[in-house]
Design a protein around this ligand. Sequence first.
Ligand code: ADP
Ligand code: MG
Length: 729
Amino acid sequence: MAGPVRPLRFRVQGMDCSEEVALIESELGPLVGGADQLQFNLVEQQLTVLPQEPIDPQEIIDRLASLRLKAQLLEDQQPPTRVALQWPRRQMVLTAISGVCWLAGVVLHAWLAPTSLGKEAPRWIWQGLPLPWPVAVFYLLAVLGGLAPLAPKVWLSLRHLRPDMHLLMSVAVTGALLIGEWFEAASVTFLFALSLTLEAWSVARARRAVASLVEMVPPEAEIVTDGTTQIVPAEQVKPGQVFLVRPGQRIPLDGQVVEGQSEVNQAPITGESVPVPKEPGDEVFAGSVNGQGMLRVRCTVPSNQSTLAQVAHLIAQAQSRRSEVEQWVDRFARRYTPAVMSTALVFPLLGRLVLGLPWQEAIYRALVLLVIACPCALVISTPVTIVAALTAAARRGVLVKAGRYLEAAASLRAVALDKTGTLTVGRLRVVEVIPWNRTDKHQLLRLAAALESGSTHPLAQAVVQYAREQGVDNWPEPTDYENLPGRGVTARLDGRLYWLGSHRLLEERIDESPELHRKLEQLASQGHTVVALGSNGQLLGLITLADQPRPEAAQVVRQLRSLGVEHVVMLTGDNQPTAQAIARQIELHEFYAELLPQDKVKKLEELLARYGQVAMVGDGVNDAPALALATLGIAMGAVGSDLAIEAADVALMGDRLERLPWLVALARRAVRVIRFNIAFALGVKGLFVVLALAGYSSLWLAIAADVGASLLVITNALRLLSGKVALPD
Ligand code: ADP
Ligand code: MG
């Protein structure tokens, strides 16, 4: 067996409908080991090939060229850029020409032969023109203008014997001309061209929204070398180089502040428009806006790997992972079109022989069926809806990594939240230091700081900071350092072994007296976290730390419940009384405390068994296993932590918990829009199939209904871009 082969990504111009998808599948499928190895992203016009054996990209480009599709190989990690943006200009112009000619034809028609408008006597074309010749000329021009953009696709479809909607339309229009229905032919072509343009425009609009994320980054940076500055393209700046950010400027690259102080608006990344103070040592992100101060920043990653570029890249990728609805629509469209078409093929005969219709009438009804057979509005509306929702979310600092996670968020039945850093602010502060067994306070802090200096836990950072404030600084280097996840740490200081951690850890290490147990419970019941420090069998002291519930936590819990999430629960490794106190403050009645990381996983399994659709919200690092297990893993405060962005299905880039109910509401709205769009498009089609067979629909009515449906469905989809949702209080 060959090892894993690198996926190849291509940008394919003109690939924006399921027709091209079917064509490409039949052309490339056999080459790469099956159509399953191909992924399509219609909005970004990207094709990803996962060949089973190494293959020359040029071969794929050539094959695509034989389908008259222009393809270009994309580098890995290349974010969507300005390249992706072309409005369908040629198509718009031709459609406009078609429209003008159509209108001129209609006006002339009404003037020269008002009685025949819309009700020409059906007759074959060779029996003579059914209408005055100047009118016919305009109608013909309208037809040519509308069909011109389709010509290459029709040719392809004929050559590959794959009937697609372009072919259907051309046949319908030609048929209409043959049976003398010129007004109909012109109307159908113009309206069809209009609906194609509309679709191309809506896709371009959605694509533009994604690209606008990246366009926010200035293309140039002012680098500082030996005291002089020089403006260079941002892509050329290497990690380690220092650049200058002047007041009010956008930051061109991710980096670390080395000099200066300022407030920075990080809204493009986190969705939070409250400026964040920055000083030397702090991280800043490309795309954010500098406030009044001047900053010198050391670049940390090349511009194409900045956080914003990653976000844009992930959103672009998110679209190629097709959601379940999209797959369903595709499968449906692939059966629906041939089915309606076969009906249209046999209908003239049936209509003539069984119903005794005149030939022209029977053919006419079949042509109406052909017009109705086009599925494109149905097919394009779902990806456009999903991209619109993903983009609206990204603009508010919510990174959703695939369309199907929107579906998951919309159908959540339970949500589990981590306590520290998720339901609470996670910025702990030491409240009390209680020495034990004749240890002095200074000594206790010195040991605690030494033990915690190696940990990244929020508790550890609080202890170290407090020790510094109290003037403790020269603590010993720990050796044999060991992190006990969910319990604490142990290490050797000056040769002696110490432990520091939870009540549970204390019980493991020493025999606890009843008084001590009561004391610990009492401290914890105020909602404070209590950690104990000891050595050998002896307790040396206790430190209590306070954290506050996020001000929005109570409301978030309420909103989730009003949105119909049946079960909202807190999972924490902290003590029972602490958890209880916090839970009471945020009116959360269900919680599980004293959980080790593996216990969190077990609890989540239980929730999954009971509720099926469960989200886990955590701060991304020590909750990783639970995040991975949940139907929907949501990481909080993910900006600046690649790990959290990688591990979760959804990353809340900012630190705002209220985005959670917002996301659920947005996802629900997106799913509703998708369902409505599908039902509506199918309903219109179904209605017209019946009308057409019964002879109550005209060609232009069928196409007008189709355009109307497309217009409605696409407007519906694009409205999601605003991100406005109705949230319960
Ligand atoms: P949570 O589930 O609230 O995020 P953790 O699982 O990270 O909490 O930790 C659970 C408990 O273990 C903490 O409340 C604390 O008592 C103890 N603990 C974990 N790591 C440390 C540490 N580095 N220093 C002190 N105590 C710790
Ligand atoms: Mg935590």
